[in-house]
Design a protein around this ligand. Structure first.
Ligand code: NMX
Ligand code: MLT
Length: 441
């Protein structure tokens, strides 16, 4: 086995044994109660999943294996002369549960370089779609085309012992992560750069090479990609992309099928597509107001108009967070360091001043603060990446790190088929009439 695989297996065996004991001794303990409102309202606040890679706190935001984003920026290895973490290190941390050394990170980089070959039929499949097809659709179609390469599917068909599922998922996850930047860059260059493709540079790290293949050689854009790929990677297990990947994987659908399901969820405007919606919304505001530098008062009026039209203000609010998303703050810091005078970035900061009090005044929005998507687009536009329909693909490439690390854990811990119980409103009415036994087992 490879070095990381060995380390992972040793950790997973220990955790698996701990869970066994824990369930034997405490399996019947109650961890909470479920109200009727919760089952009608998106299961908000119901703890129903175990995800080892990261944990979200409503007040302080995401921690990856216990580390906040500023801590990762300090502790994870960087590219030569760089100051942002290499996402290879975050993947190692999420998978193995320990901070990596420089050597561990170089090892992940070289494994992904070795495994990054994308077969021609994947490019042919992308080419079969009209060039105007939304990049997220092209991305999901390409992931499905890559499924021909699944080791898990082949080994399962040949009759794999269930003890080996994790091993095949591990290999598929590494292959898929290694291939995604090439696929995503291909879609970008196909749709926006007349199909003028750029070959990979095998000397670069995963994010640096991704930037290079998309056509961005500026060193500070590469740093942005390293930060971007790090902060979008994981957000505990209940978000739509992570939960979909986990759910579909629980049917023993292979990592390609499972990840494609997650990406279909990420493509929704209340989830990952919000990053394109933010820039689209700002462009529409600038167009309508006839200025590239709207004042705070003009922004406030535009926000009120958006709400009156029955639309959401993209980039604001969250199902769990109740404070400014630390991923927003990390990007704001990047903006202050690299482009403090950029008018679009400054507009994002003025929106941050204007929006929360208005959303708060409505009295129904649980979190008036910005999420990760409120900031990301403006940084990309600064470097010339103005094609906002592509932004969710960047989010997706990053999200592969968290959801696929989790999928490896799911199989190593032998998590079963996920199948919660549902009820009908008729049944709820019978319960309200006194038939307590209807909830059954
Ligand atoms: N603008 C306008 N209305 C909002 C917003 C917003 N940004 N956020 C929440 N609301 C509304 C929400 O639609 C609901 O209205 P109603 O009762 O009429 O159905 C009400 O406020 C209560 O919603 P919450 O309980 O505060 O939020 P919920 O947990 O249901 O939804 C989001 C969370 C993220 C879906 C929601 O805040 C939203 O739609 N935000 C805008 C889209 C966005 O930025 N999504 C990206 C999330 C991060 N990501 O990358 O995935
Ligand atoms: C995410 O990164 O997945 C989003 O913030 C949505 C969520 O956590 O629900």
């Amino acid at each position: 086995m490879g070095i990381i695989k060995d380390k992972f297996k040793a950790k997973a065996d220990v955790t698996g044994a701990e869970i066994k004991t824990l369930l034997k001794e405490h399996g019947n303990k109650k961890i909470g109660e479920v109200t009727l409102s919760q089952i009608y309202q998106g299961m908000r606040g119901i703890t129903g999943l175990v995800t080892e890679t990261s944990l979200l706190d409503a007040q302080e935001g995401i921690r990856f294996r216990g580390y906040t984003i500023p801590e990762l920026q300090q502790k994870l290895p960087k590219a030569p002369n760089g100051s942002e973490p290499l996402p290879e290190g975050l993947f190692y941390l999420m998978l193995v549960g320990e901070l990596p050394t420089e050597e561990d990170v170089q090892h992940v980089t070289s494994v992904w370089q070795r495994r990054s070959h994308v077969p021609n039929h994947v490019f042919d499949t992308i080419e079969a779609l009209p060039v105007g097809t939304h990049p997220m659709t092209q991305f999901v179609v390409a992931i499905m085309a890559l499924q021909t390469e699944s080791q898990f599917a082949k080994r399962y068909a040949a009759g794999m012992n269930k003890k080996d599922y994790w091993d095949a998922v591990f290999d598929d996850a590494m292959d898929l992560i290694a291939r995604l930047p090439r696929v995503a860059a291909y879609i970008y260059r196909r749709k926006y750069k007349n199909g003028d493709h750029i070959q990979p540079n095998g000397l670069l790290d995963w994010s640096g090479n991704f930037a290079h293949m998309m056509g961005y050689e500026d060193e500070s854009f590469k740093e942005l990609m390293r930060l971007y790929m790090t902060i979008h990677a994981d957000h505990e297990g209940g978000n739509v992309s992570a939960h979909s990947t986990h759910l579909v994987g629980s049917a023993l659908s292979d990592p390609y099928l499972s990840f494609a399901a997650g990406m279909n969820g990420l493509a929704g405007p209340l989830h990952g597509l919000a990053n394109q919606e933010v820039i689209k919304w700002i462009y529409e505001m600038r167009e309508e107001l006839g200025t590239d530098t709207p004042s705070k008062t003009q922004i406030e009026e535009y926000v009120k108009k958006t709400l009156t039209e029955g639309k959401v203000v993209p980039g604001y609010g969250h199902a769990v967070l109740r404070k400014t998303d630390p991923r927003f703050s990390a990007q704001m810091e990047f903006g202050k360091k690299h482009m403090p005078d950029d008018p679009l970035v400054q507009t994002v900061w003025n929106i941050y001043d204007a929006v929360p009090p208005i959303l708060q005044s409505l009295g129904k929005i649980k979190n008036p603060w910005p999420n990760v998507d409120a900031h990301s687009g403006a940084l990309l536009v600064h470097y010339g990446m103005v094609e906002y329909e592509f932004y969710t693909v960047l989010f997706g490439v990053s999200r592969s790190l968290g959801v696929l690390a989790s999928l490896i854990w799911d199989r190593a811990l032998a998590f079963p088929l996920e199948r919660p119980k549902s009820v009908t409103t008729d049944l709820v009415k019978q319960w309200l009439d006194g038939k307590d036994e209807i909830w059954g087992e």
